[in-house]
Design a protein around this ligand. Structure first.
Ligand code: SF4
Ligand code: SF4
Length: 458
């Protein structure tokens, strides 16, 4: 399948998903392929059709790896259990208005009192050892993981042995990092911190149970960490900004790009669309979305100028996507991988506060096993991969985005894996891939050496 598209400055290009190539073409060829819906066989002009065939363009559709292929390739990769995510507690000291655990999203857990016990933690270790699965990185998740300090410390001290985990990380709201003893422990063990910080809109969304904003407190804590432990702050503290339809993107970019606290960082953005309508009415959300789309477009159009300037928010929006296109394999594998990142239960595991095991923290609705029983029942892992394979093999081969799309199990209803949700994401995915291609060719046309230096970093 071929996607004809234009760069942001109007030059015609093609992306051929079969060969993974991007080609600068004439306006005539671009027009012919657009009229033929991206199919060489649909081009009416025989001369243009022949020129396409001679240039190696064709209509073929690659096959999709089977669940078994995926399992084998993940096993052969030798990656082992690269990531273990531990949901230490459901409790949280905040009540963020967009939090899926806040009680407004049907079917999701709430901030109840469940916390992982030391006994469960010991069992997790025993069972992983019995399976010879030593995770390379361990990530603490919640609620707010710092609220279960004893278990967090137990895992760090026990895994922090020869042959144990290489890295620890934590998703945190950051407010409890004001305890100097705990902070020293985290610094000593080089625990990576992924701090949630939304920028100027922070106080509207990230609030205490009594509704107070938390930005000033968080900035104070971060300033203290940076002053007391400058190396740790620069190497081990990262940020995630949650973007809701109410987020003012231009102000948010200004906030992160101009404050010294974020110099040298890349701000990862996490987009929340408020499906439960907890943040505003449908009309309000739609109005905010169209304002936000216009702001996003302004940031995208300025990225060819801003790439390379080390702007934390702009790089967070675009850089990884640009690198994924730049580093795409040519020629590509003959089949499309079923899921680019993992086979359920093999490369990643999420264990929640009550000992339920799922493939990751974003697939909480598909249980693979249980602490104290089997951590991952092979038939459940197979069922998950097969259900996903059904949708992918039915819909992805004729889609131009199949080599650049971010698809994974987690996107489909947090593991519920229903076809309607799978398909509902596709238009957005295709639009995102197309926009990234437009941006990529624009940057590369202006700066042929773009993304070379990142190859050595990423
Ligand atoms: S800090 Fe995280 S877990 Fe706590 S309320 Fe906010 S989003 Fe939810
Ligand atoms: S956009 Fe949808 S159909 Fe296309 S590759 Fe992605 S998941 Fe498949």
């Amino acid at each position: 399948m071929i996607l004809p598209f234009h760069s942001l400055s109007g030059e015609p290009f093609l992306y051929d998903s079969f060969t993974n190539r991007i080609l600068a073409v004439s306006e005539t060829l671009h027009g012919e392929l657009t009229r033929a819906s991206g199919l060489v066989s649909g081009i009416m002009d025989p001369v243009v059709r022949m020129a396409c065939i001679q240039a190696g363009l064709r209509d073929g559709e690659p096959g999709i790896d089977s669940p078994e292929d995926l399992r084998q390739s993940m096993e052969l990769s030798g990656l082992g259990l690269s990531k273990l995510v531990l949901g230490l507690t459901h409790q949280c000291n905040l009540r963020c208005r967009y939090c899926i655990y806040g009680g407004s999203v049907p079917g999701e857990r709430t901030h109840e009192q469940a916390a992982m016990s030391l006994e469960t933690a010991r069992r997790v270790l025993e069972q992983l050892r019995a399976r010879s699965q030593v995770p390379r990185s361990v990530i603490f998740y919640g609620g707010e993981p710092l609220l279960n300090w004893d278990v967090l410390r137990f895992f760090v001290e026990t895994f922090d042995l020869p042959g144990g985990a290489e890295r620890f990380a934590m998703a945190t709201n950051g407010l409890l990092l004001d305890d100097p003893d705990r902070l020293s422990f985290l610094v000593a063990h080089r625990v990576l911190l992924n701090v949630s910080l939304d920028g100027p809109g922070h106080d509207r969304m990230r609030v205490t149970p009594s509704g107070e904003g938390t930005l000033a407190r968080l900035l104070k804590v971060l300033g203290t960490i940076r002053q007391a432990h400058p190396d740790y702050y620069s190497e081990s503290v990262g940020f995630v900004a949650t973007v809701t339809p109410f987020t003012r993107l231009l102000e948010t970019a200004e906030f992160f790009n101009s404050d010294e606290l974020f110099a040298g960082k890349v701000i990862v953005s996490s987009w929340v669309f408020d499906p439960a309508g907890a943040l505003g009415s449908k009309e309000e959300l739609e109005g905010e979305k169209s304002r936000q789309n216009a702001e996003w477009e302004l940031l995208r159009r300025s990225y060819p100028r801003n790439y390379g300037r080390g702007l934390p928010f702009d790089d967070g929006l675009h850089l990884q996507k640009m690198l994924a296109i730049d580093q795409r394999p040519i020629p590509p594998p003959s089949t499309i991988p079923l899921n680019a990142c993992c086979y359920p239960g093999l490369n990643e595991l999420f264990i929640d506060a009550g000992g339920r095991v799922t493939a990751c923290e974003r697939t909480e609705h598909f249980q693979l096993g249980e602490v104290g029983e089997e951590l991952c029942r092979p038939e459940r892992a197979e069922e998950m991969a097969s259900r996903y394979h059904e949708f992918v093999s039915r819909h992805c081969p004729p889609c131009f985005a199949h080599r650049l799309c971010n698809k994974c199990f987690a996107q489909v209803g947090r593991g519920r894996l229903d076809e309607e949700t799978f398909l509902s994401l596709c238009e957005d995915q295709r639009r995102a891939v197309r926009r990234s291609l437009e941006l990529y060719v624009t940057i590369k046309s202006e700066r042929p050496d773009a993304f070379e230096k990142e190859k050595t970093v990423f």
